[in-house]
Design a protein around this ligand. Structure first.
Ligand code: FES
Length: 283
């Protein structure tokens, strides 16, 4: 069995040190993150972790792997293995004996894997079905940004107000446009006409193209226009898109008018609010 030369020993120590430093900095990075995080420190530790693995592999390939050009002379097939071949086999066995380096490399990768787990930890809790629901529930009154209930009398014919679910004024996905059109103008599906009493109809304010608030209303044409890319929705026809990049109508909020004039939801929106890609799910 060949004993490694002092030069080889030195190279092995250098490689083990590089991998060890890489492993320690990988786990240190995870520790810094769990302790609250510090971006600059995390970046330095990640650089050391990656650099340690790279340095170790470079030294390994340059100092320990055979770089000589071996030329095996042709010999009869029946001949026993030549001395040159035996030397090569012995050399390869010497490499497989370097289990310390293999373990060190495994440790370095474990540290790096711990460091790479950080983005996964930063993802936070799964959104579940929250992207497909809004705070609107049956019986909730529509309120203004000040939290006060909106009354039907607050909206003249041709008028429009922005409302929110009671208790969640300012809700991003619950923001709703309450529009009042003249009597007999709405052309909604039969089952939706009951959700738009006395010409009051409510639609999600989130554009179905990319989620901008649909803030412009042309009352003469009964069109809602999104200022971002000019998607236009026909208020009388269930907020169907008639122009622009939006391909879905604005979801309708079923409402009724109470005896005291307040607007009350009969449930959540008829469809997922906001951009269309939110709607690409299994149901
Ligand atoms: S976000 Fe409304 S048209 Fe693009």
């Amino acid at each position: 069995m060949n004993h490694p030369s002092p030069d080889t020993r030195r190279a092995e120590r250098r490689i083990a040190l590089s991998f060890g430093v890489s492993m320690v900095s990988g786990f240190a990075l995870l520790g810094v993150y769990l302790a609250g995080g510090q971006t600059q420190v995390e970046a330095v530790l990640l650089a050391i972790s990656l650099g340690g693995i790279g340095a170790g592999i470079i030294v390994w390939s340059q100092r320990l792997l055979p770089n000589d050009l071996h030329v095996e002379p042709r010999h009869p097939a029946a001949d026993p293995a030549s001395t040159a071949v035996r030397d090569i086999v012995a050399e390869e066995r010497a490499i497989t004996r370097r289990s310390l380096l293999i373990r060190a490399l495994g440790g370095a990768f474990a540290g790096l894997a711990a460091a790479l787990a950080i983005p996964v930890l930063s993802l936070g809790p799964a959104p579940g079905r929250s992207l497909f629901q809004t705070p609107w529930r049956r019986g909730l009154r529509m309120v203004g940004l000040d939290g006060q209930p909106i009354k039907a009398s607050d909206v003249p014919v041709g008028g429009i107000v922005t409302g929110f679910p009671e208790g969640v004024p300012g809700s991003a996905d619950g923001q709703t446009l309450l529009i009042r059109v003249g009597p007999g103008l709405l052309r909604l599906a039969a089952d939706r006409m009951a959700w738009a009493p006395d010409g009051y109809v409510a639609y999600s304010k989130l554009c179905t193209h990319a989620g901008c608030p649909v803030g412009l209303y042309r009352s003469v044409e009964h069109r809602l226009i999104c200022p971002c890319h000019q998607s236009t929705f026909d208020v009388l026809d269930g907020a169907q898109p008639v122009f622009g990049p939006a391909s879905r109508p604005l979801p309708q909020l079923p409402i009724r008018i109470e005896a005291d004039g307040t607007i009350v939801a009969l449930g959540d929106f008829t469809d997922t609010v906001g951009p269309g890609f939110w709607n690409m799910h299994d149901g």
